[in-house]
Design a protein. Structure first.
Length: 286
């Protein structure tokens, strides 16, 4: 059950993290409007008066597009443009990242924090807080899982086994979905609408908020088996178009996933041999 909980967390995280935009909104529309307003107030020439009149006569100018042609709040964009925007930082810069996820269900929260490095295989170091199970530490390197669990291992000790032994049939799906860019094809195939919601403050940063409505019937993927007909993903990108936050709800479970430190080195290492327990009846690492 503990293994299934861990797989569910990362599976949901991956579902919520595959995607988003086109033209970087950059400076918020309201900021541009403020700048334009101040310039006309200080200019006393006839041209300035004309400019003020033009601005006042066209209210849509500040609601749909900035003076520089950037996207404004409420602007729809095409799914293709959205995927292009997501890929614009360069896939080579998205092989490592840190993550922080919170899944809320029935008044309880499952929390996951850690780092992943997909540059050479799949390596992860994840700390999970699972209701009813306590704090779980999982390290995945070269196909082997190292787990530290209350009631199963001693403090600071790990058990080791191949991931496929630990998670069974979910192992391959688990490793595929750790790469949160792996489902962008699904988003591109099934996206009905993508809307730039606006620039918002998230943890003290100004991030660009997008909303994606997904038609799951148009996605030819086993990941969508049993999913509702439509799913809505809220996605926030930074000024370099790195995905920084994804929020979605599925069957009453709200998942909030935050990502950071894209492309930066992460330190993921197997536990010392002295900290690996040998447990009777349990499969061991290779």
């Amino acid at each position: 059950m503990i293994a299934s909980s861990g797989a569910l967390v990362l599976t949901l995280a991956a579902c919520g993290g595959d995607s988003p935009e086109v033209v970087d909104p950059g400076t918020p529309t309201q900021d541009v409007s403020t700048d334009d307003g101040s310039s006309t107030e200080t200019d006393t020439t006839g041209d300035a008066a004309d400019a003020t009149t033009d601005d006042a006569g066209d209210d849509s100018g500040t609601e749909t597009e900035t003076d520089s042609g950037e996207q404004a709040a409420g602007t729809p964009i095409s799914p293709d443009e959205f995927i292009t925007l997501l890929k614009s930082p360069g896939m080579e810069n998205m092989t490592s990242f840190t993550l922080d996820m919170n899944m809320g269900m029935d008044g309880q929260s499952m929390i996951m924090k850690g780092a992943a490095d997909l540059s050479d295989g799949t390596a992860m170091d994840i700390q999970m807080e699972v209701p009813g199970a306590g704090n779980i530490h999982m390290i995945l390197i070269d196909g082997d899982a190292f787990m530290s669990m209350p009631g199963v291992t001693e403090d600071g000790q790990f058990i080791q086994m191949p991931l496929e032994e630990f998670m069974g049939a979910d192992a391959e799906e688990f490793t595929d979905q750790v790469d949160i860019t792996s489902q962008w094809d699904d988003w591109e195939a099934g996206a009905q609408e993508v809307t730039f919601v606006g620039v918002e403050d998230v943890d003290g940063e100004q991030l660009n908020h997008y909303e994606l409505l997904l038609d799951t019937s148009k996605v030819e993927s086993e990941d969508m088996a049993g999913m509702p007909g439509e799913l809505t993903y809220d996605v926030w990108l930074d000024d370099q178009n790195f995905m920084r936050q994804v929020i979605f709800e599925l069957e009453g479970v709200e998942a909030v996933m935050k990502m950071d430190n894209w492309g930066e080195p992460v330190d993921i290492a197997a536990p010392d041999a002295a900290n690996i327990m040998q447990m009777p009846g349990m499969p061991t690492g290779r």
